[in-house]
Each structure stands twice: as C-alpha cells, then as structure tokens.
Design a binder for this molecule. Structure first.
Ligand code: MN
Length: 499
C-alpha cells in the first residue's frame, strides 16, 4: 500500500555562510534523512530533496513535490537561518501536507568546542522560528514536531503524520459508490457532497442496485465453491449453515454477493461504498457478509447511505496499514448503565469488520426483519478488549466537523439472542461526559473505529483538511467542551475570510 509513496525532506539554509557551510548542511541533512529511514519507525521512505538557499530554489522544490504523485507531503527543517521572505511563494502555492520539523543536527550543546563557526552553521533554534512566522503569516496548515531526530518519540510523530499523508493522498483519488440514497429522513448521515469533494477530495457516485445485480448473478458455482471453502478455513459455522444443511444456500448467496460486489467496485474504481436495506431489488439478501469481508480488505463502508463514514473508514484503514488491532464501521447500539463502568454496545445489523474480532468469527444465518434485508448470512463475533479511537464527520452547514473520541473496549457478556458482531466500549473519560460531549457536538450514531490509531492521527487529518476537530478524551469536561463549541462557531465563521 505504501510502497510507492514518499515524503520529501527540504532543508532550509542561505548562502551567507559560504560554500563549506552549504556542504556541511547538505551532509547533515543526508545523514538525518538516512537516520530517519533506518529507524524502522516510519511507514515509508523519506527522500532528501536537497538544501534550498534562495526563493527560486524553494519555489522549485515545492513545485516538484506538488507535481510528483509519489510525493504525499513535505517535511521542512531550517538548518541555518533561512530568511523567510524566500519561502513566501513556495509555501503559498504548495498544496500538499506540510510538516515543520524543529530539530537540530546535534542533540547536545558541545560546551567545550562550541564557537562562532558552529553557531553560523547550527541555527535551527532561531531559523525554525523565522520559518514558523512565515507559515503562520500565510495561515499555512502544518504539523509542528519538536524533538531530536534520533528520538523514537520524534520519529513516531513523523510516522503518524506520514500515515495521514498517505490517507489524504488516497482520499484525493477516492470514489465512494452508494447503492441507494441516505436512509429516508436521516439527517446526520447526509451532507453536501460538492463541499466534501472540494474540501476532502473524494467523489461520491450513485449506483442503482439494479446495476450491481448482474455482477452478482454472473458469479459461477465454481467461484462460489472456492470462496465458501475459504470461509471454512477462516470461520466457524453454525450447525444449520454448514455445507449440506438447510441454510447453507444463504452463505453461498452471500459469497456470490462478495465476488460480484468486489468486481463491481473494481470496475468503477471505487474504494468505499454504502448500502441500504431499502435498496435491494433483485438481491437475495442485504449484502452484510460481503460488506464485512470487503471492509477487512480496505474498502470503506457506511450503512444506510452514510457516505461520509464510508470515506472515513477507508481513510482510517489507510492510516492504520501494517499496524495491529484492526478497525471497523460501528454504530451506537444500546446503553449499559453501571456507574463508572457504564458502556455503549457497538454493533450493527450485520456490517462489522471481522478484523476487530477477539476470537474466530462464526458464520450464522438469520432472518432480518428490516426493509428488504430478508434472511442474511453474517459473521458473528465480539471485539477484543483494548484502547481505540472512534471518529465521525458531520456537516454543520458552513463547514465539516470531525469529532474524535477515545474509547476503551471491554469484554461484553454473551449475546445468545442477538446474533450480530459487536464491541462494548466505555467512552473517555466516562459515559456521562463522553457521550454527552459527542451529542453536544452533533456526532453521528455511526463511527469509524480503530484500535491501531490514536487521536494524533485524526488531529493531523483535520489539520491537513483544514477542518474543525473536537476531541473527547480523558481530560474533557462538559463545561470546557461547550465553551469550545461556542468559540469554534465564531472562529469557523471568520476562518475562511482570513485565508
Ligand atoms: Mn446504522
């Protein structure tokens, strides 16, 4: 997934200090980039894009980065003092994510050896502040990371941002296919698709379910046999849906849906999709099993036409590539009041990613009495305990707002009469504040959840997207949260005018 991507590392300097200084700056930068790449902590490579000493060189470095599809962002670092008027044109025109690394070649002050030659060369302490001014003066969205380049904590902050850069680049080329519109009368899952494409990059298309039906019908028995055999390797089966048993045909129908849907999405170049239990004419069941399987492959998914969540599920899947823990579309299902252990059961009628399962998922077939869903195969399991982050994006009319909440998944009780995949979580700091803040923010009942990511990834995403972000974590209080909501209302009204 990340193999073809790169981040460019641009070192700022100037020619005031002579040719030797330029050569030393270049060799230090090369060593820093090599050290970052050798750390094993970055998800893909950083490429040293050279030292820039003039406005022309800076503009050219950024233009090249912008024009190269492999490059998904730029890290800037000022080795010497680089007068920042030189950066105006390059930064003003640069469209991709920017990170400002405030580091220094040497970690420690060499107290006994330090002299004016050293000071002419190693000026990050003030050079990075000059750069910070012009980035702020330009109202340039960027992540500022402060720390020595050899420190794991510094590298991890770069790595988090790089993952988000990859997801951002992916979103600029994302098509979301919707089978049917948003569920009738549902407000929070709807929104301005033109504004979403303008601000967030992805495109949302409609596909009548009738266009999918032939793709499912064209799947051969041999293909279904092979896929069901794969299911048998991966999952347990309820007794009544094993091969030869009465409900097995529903599993085969689900397998045909999986193959047909995957081919359809590939044909359309789509990375995410939504379904609706009211848009199923010609389908034998709601394609919940197929949605579970495709989510595990990285397709974004949103139920009931929720295209914003589908796109976010895809983006968070990209961010989490190679990290442990899994991620999924989830819905706030039902509450469990128990004092400080109060929790929310997260589930959906069918569509939860089996990557979050604590054990081996089980294939079951049951009737589903909603819309035209009918009798559906599904994978049933419970999410494993662990910390994670849930996020959503809502349309506030004049802007998009991301709400991100830290949650702790805990062990649920068995659900013998509710055959759905689920996870039970306690929002931070507790249900009262966590759910209260989420509701005050207008967050959806649907969310994109990940064990692999942290709030930092979503902060970086919101920064790159120039989007409002409301974080709900262990420090949240309702009083401060309400003040933030009111302040943001004014800030975002003026924000566009300032830029
Ligand atoms: Mn739902």
């Amino acid at each position: 997934m990340f193999d073809d991507l790169e981040i460019r590392f641009v070192t700022g300097a100037q020619l005031l200090y002579g040719g030797d200084a330029v050569r030393t700056v270049e060799s230090h930068s090369t060593e820093i980039v090599a050290g970052l790449n050798a750390s094993g902590r970055l998800p893909f490579r950083v490429v040293h894009a050279g030292t820039v000493n003039s406005a022309g060189e800076i503009a050219q470095a950024f233009a090249l980065a912008d024009g190269d599809p492999q490059c998904v962002g730029v890290i800037a670092w000022m080795h010497t003092f680089s007068p920042a008027k030189m950066w105006i044109h390059g930064l003003r025109d640069f469209k991709k994510p920017l990170l400002h690394l405030h580091t220094q070649y040497n970690a420690k002050i060499p107290w006994r050896e330090i002299d004016m030659d050293f000071m002419n060369l190693n000026q990050s302490a003030h050079g990075d502040r000059e750069f910070g001014y012009i980035a702020s003066r330009l109202r340039k969205a960027r992540k500022v990371v402060v720390g020595h380049w050899r420190d794991a904590a510094t590298q991890d902050r770069l790595a988090a941002w790089m993952r988000v850069c990859a997801a951002w680049a992916d979103a600029q080329e994302m098509k979301v296919v919707r089978f049917g519109d948003n569920m009738n009368n549902v407000a929070v899952t709807d929104g301005d698709k033109v504004e979403a494409e303008l601000r967030l990059g992805y495109h949302v298309d409609n596909a009548p379910i009738a266009t999918l039906v032939p793709w499912v019908e064209a799947v051969s028995d041999t293909e279904i046999d092979a896929l069901v055999a794969a299911y048998e390797q991966l999952y347990d089966f309820a007794g009544d849906c094993r091969r030869g048993e009465e409900k097995h045909r529903f599993v085969r129908d689900a397998a045909a849906q999986e193959i047909g849907l995957r081919r359809f999405l590939q044909d359309k170049g789509a990375k995410a999709f939504t379904t609706s239990f009211d848009e199923l004419a010609g389908m034998k069941q709601l394609m919940g099993f197929a949605s579970q399987r495709l989510m595990a492959e990285g397709y974004g998914f949103g139920a009931e036409g929720d295209w914003k969540t589908a796109a976010l599920v895809r983006s968070m899947w990209v961010m989490g590539q190679g990290l442990a823990g899994g991620q999924s579309f989830l819905e706030d299902y039902t509450l469990d009041f128990a004092g400080e252990d109060s929790a929310i059961l997260q589930a959906h009628m069918l569509e939860i990613n089996p990557e979050i399962a604590a054990g081996r998922p089980r294939v079951e077939v049951h009737f589903l009495g909603i819309g035209d869903a009918r009798t559906c195969a599904r994978l049933v399991f419970q999410g494993h305990p662990g910390a994670g982050v849930a996020a959503t994006i809502v349309d506030m009319g004049n802007r998009f707002r991301m709400v991100a909440g830290e949650v702790e998944v805990v062990e649920p009780q068995p659900l013998p009469k509710l055959p759905v995949a689920c996870a039970l979580w306690k929002p931070r700091p507790n249900l009262e504040v966590g759910a209260g803040a989420w509701i005050l923010a207008g967050g959806t009942h649907h969310s994109s959840f990940s064990y692999a990511l942290a709030v930092e990834h979503l902060e970086d995403y919101a920064e790159i997207a120039d989007m409002e972000l409301l974080v709900i974590d262990g420090k949240t209080t309702i009083r401060d949260f309400k003040a933030q909501l009111r302040a943001n209302e004014v800030y975002h009204l003026l924000h566009r005018a300032l830029k």
